[in-house]
Design a binder for this molecule. Structure first.
Ligand code: G3P
Ligand code: CA
Length: 268
């Protein structure tokens, strides 16, 4: 553990199920949320994008091809971009069979369906706005869906929601639109830029491969927009050795496809 964390009593990092418990169920589906809940995992990460008719859906790639049967159902519509399909068309797709026969018929959830399921399990959400350049206005729209679902009410937003993106512009927009919502910038910006990001990002969430103890301490030495030390969640850590290494650096959270394995390695 880092000196700072040891001084705090050595709290274990949070464990966040990446795209749900995505080593055990198809990523970004309700089944992956359920699997995380069965494992007792409170935090779930997801990826949000937008359909042709303006509905927010939970899917990682900008194409439907890898994680659904779009190629089979809609031949001739290559390259099967999410933004070129309506919500009704996407709702017809099988988002589970690619992962395993047991998951045949799993769907690409809409954002509201996804948060309903989190509500059912009383889970928390690390929401990634994916490819925001493809979807102008997606920040405002995401916040509207969350608001409509009660996720921006004071008791909820306090400890239950973090919105992240690789796009600093997107993170800044979320902060400007709803300053009470916690935000995170994905990536590993230079330490010299942290003072700038601390104005609108509560966290920096880097790849584990780019991390060092000095980087973690540097991020945590800045106060974020809510006057609290900035946090660090590392991704995507799927083995015990790496989990123990980044926990030793003092990270605040570990984003993983195998939340049970990471929790066993580092506690949390
Ligand atoms: O939450 C961190 C991680 O999800 C960022 O990368 O490609 O899995 O969305 P990616
Ligand atoms: Ca993600």
């Amino acid at each position: 553990l880092s000196p700072a964390r040891a001084a705090e009593g050595g709290a274990s990092p949070l464990v966040i199920a990446h795209r749900g418990a995505s080593a055990y169920a198809p990523e970004n589906t309700l089944a992956a949320v359920d699997r995380a809940a069965e494992l007792g995992i409170r935090w779930v990460e997801n990826d949000v994008q937008r359909t042709r008719d303006g509905k927010l859906v939970v899917i990682h790639d900008d194409s439907l091809r890898r994680t659904t049967n779009a190629e089979e159902v809609f031949p001739g519509r290559a390259p099967w971009k999410v933004k070129d399909f309506t919500a009704a068309e996407i709702a017809r797709l099988d988002a589970g069979s690619w992962f395993g026969r047991a998951y045949a018929g799993a769907r690409v959830p809409t954002l509201d369906q996804f948060v309903h399921r989190l509500d059912r399990h009383r889970q928390k959400l690390l929401l990634e706005i994916k490819n925001p350049k493809l979807y102008p206005g997606i920040e405002r729209q995401t916040l509207k869906v969350l608001n409509d679902e009660g996720w921006l009410d004071r008791p909820h937003r306090a400890g239950r929601l973090i919105v992240q993106s690789f796009s600093a512009a997107s993170v800044r927009t979320v902060h400007r639109l709803k300053p009470g919502v916690k935000t995170a910038l994905l990536g590993t910006p230079p330490m010299s830029d942290l003072v700038h990001y601390a104005r609108f990002a509560d966290q920096i969430n880097p790849s584990h491969s780019s991390l060092s103890p000095a980087y973690v301490s540097s991020v945590q030495s800045f106060d974020g927009p809510h006057g609290k030390p900035m946090k660090v969640f590392a991704w995507t850590v799927n083995d015990a050795r790496t989990a123990r290494r980044v926990a030793g650096y003092g990270v605040d959270g570990i984003i993983t496809n195998r939340p049970d394995l990471v929790r066993k390695a580092v506690g949390g």
